[in-house]
Write a protein that binds this ligand. Sequence first.
Ligand code: PGA
Length: 257
Amino acid sequence: MSKRRPFVAGNWKMNTDRASALRLALDVADGLGDAGAQVDTAVCPPFVYLDAVGRALAAAQTHLSLGAQDVYCERDGAFTGEVSIAMLKDLACAYVLTGHSERRHVIGESDHLIARKTSSVLEAGLSCILCVGETIEQRQAGQTDAVNQRQVSSGLEGLNPEWLGRLTIAYEPVWAIGTGVTATPADAQDAHLKIRAIVERLFGQKAAEAMRILYGGSVKPSNAVELFAQPDIDGGLIGGASLNASDFLAIIRAASS
Ligand code: PGA
């Protein structure tokens, strides 16, 4: 296990409804037990359920934090359909995902927009999980390292070093997301080590050693222990398995062991 405090976040994507979102959040909160004190944990429900889930978590007095799946970087104004950082703060959101592969590849967000979102979230005092990772075509073309290099350096460019304590990077190879295919622990470790080296080049050794780098892509209770045992894997960003409270809790416990 790494030297850093482990972190496991659940990305619910466009799933759940009001009732199932509340039930899932409370089931996770109830089941956290001792692991809740050893692992930082968060769930990222759809925007429209953030308020209800946030209130339920506050009433439950749990360690489980609230995160948003995305945000827009402008303060306010004519941005139809978007959600601002101030709105997320209003709902006691602690974390925001930026650059998730579905935002990059399905919605079409650019490195530039993702960098603006990342710096705006951090500047506003929230914590950010910046997601990076290569597609299958990029991997087959031997471009994995180059893609990670580009996405990490563009996402971190110009950040105030004082904000870095609130930044987490999630390495999520796109071909592993929602496919049931996971990167081998050795391949994931290799990518994480290289990402940490990019952070070191940009911000120095201390910042690189402190930076939490999560793995994401078909993490399940059956593979979490081995992935989290790698020295540069500091936890996970969990999609499908976070929709099932007992699977998500098993993954959290794997990070605490
Ligand atoms: P998955 O998704 O765990 O369903 O592969 C991970 C993610 O997209 O964050």
